[in-house]
Design a protein. Structure first.
Length: 155
């Protein structure tokens, strides 16, 4: 606040105290009411930031604490209902389709469906393509992905 505004407010407080005192209010109360009125007059003059976090200290985001795709997929599994969410089901279905295409099978082709069931196991592809995929169906699909894995574990 500039100097002339401060001087004006101080003069207004003194003037208000004098007027209240002249009206018969005791001097300590007149000064108190004048100070309270001056404070109310000064409150709109405060400069508050538009963004409340503008003056907050910046805390850098830790890469280890960010949500990852793996954690999002883990939250897509509901152990209470036994169902797997669409995010994790889509991901497993995509990987399984890719592994089947590596061995020359197309799970969407009806002619290859019998061979896909022979390679994956009975009902594995149907289990992850239906509306409510269970966690058990997802585990069977992951086991099939491991069996079709192009890499061998080193011992």
């Amino acid at each position: 606040m500039s100097g002339w505004k401060t001087l004006f407010v101080v003069a207004a407080i003194v003037g208000a105290a004098a007027v209240l005192s002249a009206l018969g209010v005791e001097l300590p109360f007149a000064i108190g009411w004048a100070l309270a009125g001056g404070a109310v007059a000064l409150l709109p003059q405060l400069a508050l930031p538009v963004d409340p976090s503008a003056d907050a200290p910046h805390v850098p985001e830790d890469r280890d604490r960010r949500a990852t795709e793996i954690s999002r997929m883990a939250w897509a599994l509901n152990p209470r209902t036994g169902l797997a969410g669409e995010r994790v089901t889509r991901r497993v279905r995509s990987i399984l389709r890719h592994r089947l295409q590596r061995v020359g099978l197309d799970p969407d082709d009806p002619a290859d469906r019998v061979r896909c069931d022979a390679v994956l196991g009975s009902g594995v592809w149907d289990g992850i393509t239906r509306q409510n995929t269970s966690i058990a169906d997802l585990e069977r699909a992951l086991d099939a992905i491991d069996r079709l894995s192009p890499t061998k574990e080193k011992k």
